[in-house]
Ligand binder design. Sequence first.
Ligand code: GLA
Length: 745
Amino acid sequence: MSIIYHKETKVFHLHNDAVSYIMMVLPNGQMGHLYYGKKIHDREDFGDLLETAPRPMSSCTFEGNKAFSLEHIKQELPVYGTGDYRSPAVEVIQENGSRISDFQYHSHHVEAGKPELSGLPATYVEDSGEAETLVLNLYDSVTGIWAEVFYTIFSQRPVLTRSVRYINNGNRPVQLGRAMSLCLDLPDCAYDWVQFSGAWARERHVKTRRLTMGVQSVGSMRGNSSHEHNPFLILKRPDTGEQQGEALGFSFVYSGNFLMQAEVDAHDNTRVLVGIHPDTFAWHLEPEESFQTPEAVMVYTDSGLNHMSQTFHQLFQKRLARGYWRDRVRPILINNWEATYFDFTEDKLIHIAKKAKECGVELFVLDDGWFGARSNDFAGLGDWVVNTDRLANGITGLAERMEQTGMKFGLWFEPEMVNKDSDLYRSHPDWILQVPGRANTHGRNQYVLDFSRKEVVDCIFEMMAKILREAKVSYIKWDMNRSITECFSPAYGPKRQGEIFHRYILGVYDLYDRLTREFPRVLFESCASGGGRFDPGILYYAPQGWASDNSDAVERMKIQYGTSMCYPVSSMGSHVSVIPNHQMFRNTPLHTRANVAYFGTFGYELDLNKLTEEEIEEVKEQIAFMKEYRDLLQFGTFYRLKSPFEGNEMAWMAVSEDRKTAVVGWYRILNVVNDRFTRVKLQGLDENFCYENSRDGSRVYGDELMNLGLNTSDATAGQTPDDQVPCTDFESRIYILKAVERVEA
Ligand code: GLA
């Protein structure tokens, strides 16, 4: 049993071997929070953990009692305005203008497994023994609103998930002004706040600061989860590192506007809130209607950030991603975008594909420009019909030719968008998000289709499905190249305009759902100008995502390193591209570009015909290497060893399940003359195995590699070596370690 209920004391204790989450029904009937962290022994009464005290100037609930103040009590579903002055988890706006509610415990039940969230992505179980779910039924008697709070605890993972469903059982409509998915009150604030932020072409950089009194937050109000901030947050103890120490990870399974916030009060309590961003949200609930929040995921570890990341990787790989591709190594692809941009013909594409095939590439992806009047970014979006002036044999013919060259074929779509210069817009000018009488803002010359409307999603689905039914398409790159503005839908009345951002995302999920159901073998890769919508919500439908439009190897180190904090290597689209790089104009060695891209889904984004014979030989070796090790790289246990945010070197590694094979990637940004001897301490090896190093044939035991480290020094020390190619800037190496013998401890 992992969920215990003590009837006498009304205490709930959710636990597995790793974590405990404890809460109780408070004297005022609401739910109080008591503890979340490493597993502790159960007790009948944890009431002392409430930590109430009669503090001066506090607002108190019971007459004659100065100690019970919601201002200080840790809670599960707090509201504002009845003693608690912190940001609330829920706000119910009533017809009389009141925003006060009082969700009191009514009943609960425990279910084996984990229920699905209708219309929303969520983690799941395959066997009901994998998890247990507690559903608390809380009731606000004045409005008649029920709050069903879902807590799932996985039995074999240090993972808890939470979401809330509001049901209007009253006889008057209300508005939900906010409906956060998660609220966690922590009893102290001795944490570093770690966020994953950046911009287009530099997504998910690791940024750390100390938590302090007041509110700190990240979020998005752009309609997509955004390049700027990722819906992932870590609170770690200041001395927590990759291998040791406590940390809490919060991830939001959602692709639209979000808020992640920590509020530290005057007594050093920390309230964490995760949910749909309340500033762009208002949900109208008529009697009998309900609203389901997306799911938030919490991971606790006392074994460092690597362990936290591995927990997320395994959960997202096995119990968030789904379908045919979930457990399969990903095809090595070539994408024509940086090779041709809009300037291609069928023959040019076939020419690129043939060379790629000769090198061992498995999938050709035709990017933007194959449809409608799309010869630049001013026209064509919305017309998902092949442009036969450019591709005379249609997509069907091109796909057929690709298959004949021995390549699978993939295609780019941007389903949510439209150019005004398109047949779709000319026939349905009212299908975009727009405010009547007001100017419309564009992004990349395009407008956002109103995916809150079923008929719009239906129409796009039919266009896409027609192509997929007719042509041999094995892969889809689903792009989204602008954020949302003028988020207003003429299809809904004034009371429902606050719902449009969320209804839009539900429309996106609906289209993904329909396509993945009808075409289960098609591999979907998500994209939003690179990594603008790289989040767990999308990962549920598309098991991989183009991590960034920046394909420069040095920039990719930071992007993929930051991304790895939450997301598995198998989810990170990563390609080798040309030099000078198209985003950074930097020249990096071909081997370094590949050495970074191996820790991802791997592919090429260039015309291999333009490489020298020598380079082609190198590409062939890269592809052969990736084919041999991709299972290990994409699905092995991943460890970060050295951070590119902290120094001139980066290192990471992947270890096979049996710990007999490991691939280590070592990278140095700028060369260093006459350097010291350098070593990288490895992780995850078996200390009693002796490993042979692919680079020099040396044989060293796992304990030495993990405690003393792998020698990564250069022999050259700034002098021209007699027998080797000198190292330069942007140097990198891959070390393959294979166990050759085992000794007893
Ligand atoms: C976005 C994507 C690119 C490419 C272009 C095509 O920028 O991130 O990879 O597909 O669109 O227009």
